[in-house]
Write a protein that binds this ligand. Structure first.
Ligand code: AOF
Ligand code: ZN
Length: 373
């Protein structure tokens, strides 16, 4: 009975947390529901711009009703002073009777201390309610706050035989070649919405001239940062990417790239950052660190056979999302990862493999590492 209630209310808190997707980063998405006598007396989710953490929003709504209530929180209440005071203290002060948290906060400044403080104050604490769902919502935050590098998601749309695109000689237009259908492409838009940045290689930028925008129309605090890895600054000034730059286009180049090219891009509102690299290519670890310093907690890799191969070879990918269409492309088509594994081989290395259908396309999701340890 009690277990069922815990799950039901934590599901409500998770649904609230999801409203913060796109609005909470670089903070975690967190939802909170305050329940008294089987009645919801307060609800809240975190938006970075509004500063208040989810618990504080819910406590303000509940007022005096918070006393004796159970707080369902998707992340451990914080114990530190950041932009706000500790939520654990606010819950103690409001005299809630019990706190159920879905997962600990991976932030080393919190990491269990919030729950400990609540327990010390005599509040009943239950941890781990719907932990897996709650953690999945904050993979990016966990990776970024613990390692100082963003969570990397490799996404690819593939033919059933595992290729990315027809061979260049069979491509008749400059228009993108769609393998997957509308439902899968709408899901990719949701993935873009949940990401802080999207990253492609210059090869894909030149071949496909993509726009790389979040077209969900859902609110987001910061624009999706469009990042191009472009060692020698070859991105054409006339490209769609440059033409649409509005503080949201960042070109990462080698430290030796031409200053004239850099100046021309800067002139058009494109941000350029030179990445220290001990070799001829852009050092990917340094590139990811540079993004993390810009408070980018997650990066969606959307492109290119070379890019896929380089990130996989560097063991820099956390999550893999492979959309398989039912069309075949056949021998000679562009491979998933040039000189790297086939997608089928990669699948064998993934853990927690799951499948979902989008129209006639299949999405295979799996993980190469778990940011929660
Ligand atoms: C909570 N509830 O809703 C969120 C929490 O700088 P601040 O004060 O906004 O603190 C940010 C940190 O607080 C963040 O790194 C994470 O550890 C925690 N986020 N905690 O109790 C919330 N968003
Ligand atoms: Zn807090």
């Amino acid at each position: 009975m009690e277990l069922t209630d815990d799950i039901r209310y934590m599901q409500q808190a998770l649904a609230l947390a999801r409203e913060g997707v796109g609005l909470a980063s670089p903070n975690p998405t967190v939802g909170c529901v305050l329940v008294k006598d089987d009645r919801v007396v307060g609800r809240g989710f975190h938006m970075y711009e509004h500063r208040d953490h989810a618990e504080i929003v819910a406590l303000k709504e509940a007022g005096g009703e918070a006393e004796g209530a159970t707080a369902y929180v998707t992340l451990e209440p914080c114990s530190h002073h950041g932009r706000t005071g500790p939520c654990a203290d606010a819950l103690i002060h409001a005299r809630v009777g019990r706190v159920a948290a879905a997962t600990v906060d991976p932030n080393p400044q919190v990491a269990g201390q919030g729950l400990a403080r609540l327990a010390q104050a005599g509040i009943q604490v239950t941890a781990g309610v719907l932990q897996e769902e709650a953690r999945a919502l904050n993979n990016a935050f966990a990776k970024w706050i613990v390692t100082g590098s963003p969570y990397v998601v490799l996404k690819a749309a593939l033919s059933v035989d595992g290729y990315l695109a027809p061979p260049p000689q069979r491509r008749h237009t400059q228009e993108p070649h769609w393998l997957t259908g509308a439902a899968a492409r709408a899901h990719v838009q949701q993935m873009r919405h949940a990401s802080d940045a999207i990253l492609i290689g210059i090869g894909t930028a030149l071949a496909d001239s993509p726009l790389l925008t979040d077209r969900t129309n859902l609110p987001r605090r910061r624009k999706l940062l469009r990042v191009i890895l472009d060692t020698h600054l070859r991105l054409p000034l006339s490209s769609k990417l440059v033409a649409s730059a509005a503080d949201d286009l960042l070109v990462l180049c080698h430290e030796s790239a031409s200053t004239a090219s850099e100046d021309a891009l800067l002139e058009l509102g494109v941000q350029v950052e030179r990445i220290q690299s001990p070799h001829q290519h852009i050092d990917l670890i340094n590139a990811l660190r540079a993004l993390a310093e810009r408070q980018i907690t997650s990066v969606l890799l959307e492109g290119g056979s070379r890019l896929n191969a380089a990130f996989l070879a560097g063991d820099l990918v956390d999550e893999v999302d492979l959309f398989y269409a039912d069309a075949e492309l056949g021998h000679g088509a562009v491979p998933f990862a040039e000189g790297g594994p086939s997608p089928y081989l990669l699948e064998q290395r993934l853990s927690r493999l799951s499948k979902a259908e989008f129209g006639s396309d299949t999405l295979v999701t799996g993980y190469l590492r778990d940011p929660w340890g």
